[in-house]
Design a protein around this ligand. Structure first.
Ligand code: AHR
Length: 330
């Protein structure tokens, strides 16, 4: 009976009641059925919409009010700009939300605004990428991936294929400079290949986690060193998808002439890998909505179990791609 009532409430919840611009170019949305009720409000400051991974994360987090109708979500798209995210956090503070969830575009520069949240007694949960703050009490909890571990896993795929003694020229497509995803993945990869004396990173540049820039940067890499590159290490799938187009247009076979490894595990990349155009994917799980809901409940009830929760993730090679493709949820 009780369950039926809750289900009916969830089914009738109106998803989006308002969209307004006002956060310095960022857009903010509210998902709820009745903002004057006693629902708990989470204000989520998202990075942007730069990749398939990001879209999947946004969708998952926007589902929180469907998972639990006692929660309302205010959403802000920072359009990859830290100043937009800071403005969004200040709006959430002014609106007296119950929790601020922040997926920070970069790691540094958050101390002042997070102190404002703390002074307003609003707990802050960091999601996906992390922040570096002088006072750790500004952050109540973190949930997301271990980015350094992802970089290590990517390097292991290359080592498993070629062995430690091979001579390899590696091209690296970096993610957004200053983001945890970029810093951690680069560090993990570089530390792991230290044992491989003839692995050389001959090209390294940011593609800002987007397909368009991944393609553009790969074109430039190929123009100058097209015949030298054996391996492409891309900090995310979208840049690798763009790079694959560039490699084909250059007249080489991605996945054969150039071994490709990337991070995320979006469907588009699995399709390319199933077609033999890529060689390895390190999974990074964007479906963080249920975890954010659970953490928020724990925080609000004063029963937070773990301050840091790392998401469980896998690794996939070309021979697994066809079998895994139907299981992909993003
Ligand atoms: O922070 C997670 C990273 O950001 C994902 O790997 C990437 O696709 C996204 O843009």
């Amino acid at each position: 009976m009780k369950f039926k009532k809750i289900a009916a409430l969830a089914a009738t919840a109106v998803l989006t009641i308002g969209i307004f611009a006002g956060c310095g170019g960022a857009s903010q949305q509210t998902s709820s059925s009745n903002s004057s009720s006693k629902k708990k409000v989470i204000g989520f400051a998202q990075v942007g919409a730069e990749s398939g991974w990001r879209t999947a994360e946004t969708t998952s987090i926007k589902e929180i009010p469907k998972l639990d109708p006692n929660f309302e979500l205010k959403f802000s798209d920072g359009q990859q700009k830290q100043e937009n995210q800071i403005k969004a956090i200040r709006s959430f503070i002014a609106e007296k939300v119950d929790i601020i969830a922040l997926d920070p575009v970069v790691e540094t520069g958050w101390d002042t605004v997070l102190r404002e949240a703390k002074n307003a007694k609003i707990p802050v949960v960091i999601v996906d990428r992390n922040v570096k703050v002088a006072d750790n009490s500004l952050v109540t909890a973190f949930l997301g991936s271990d980015m350094e571990e992802e970089g290590k896993r990517a390097a292991k795929i290359v080592i498993d294929k070629f062995g430690k003694d091979a001579k390899l020229n590696i091209a690296e497509l970096q993610g957004t400079v200053g983001s945890t995803a970029m810093i951690g993945r680069q560090k993990g990869f570089n530390e792991t290949i230290k044992d491989c004396p003839n692995y050389k990173i001959i090209k390294s540049q940011t593609g800002d986690f987007t397909r368009a820039k991944g393609k553009e940067v790969m074109e430039a890499f190929l123009k100058s060193d097209g015949n030298k590159i054996n391996v492409l290490w891309s900090h995310n799938d979208d840049m690798a998808v763009g790079a694959i187009q560039a490699i084909e247009e250059y007249g080489k076979k991605p996945g054969k002439d150039i071994f490709i490894v990337s991070v995320d595990g979006i469907k588009d990349m699995f399709k390319l890998m199933a077609d033999g155009k890529s060689n390895g994917i390190v999974e990074c799980n964007p479906l963080l909505g249920p975890q954010l809901l659970e953490t928020s409940k724990q925080v609000l009830s004063g029963k937070l179990k773990d301050k840091i929760v790392h998401t469980k993730e896998g690794v996939f090679t070309q021979d697994q791609a066809k079998k895994e493709l139907p299981n992909r949820k993003y």
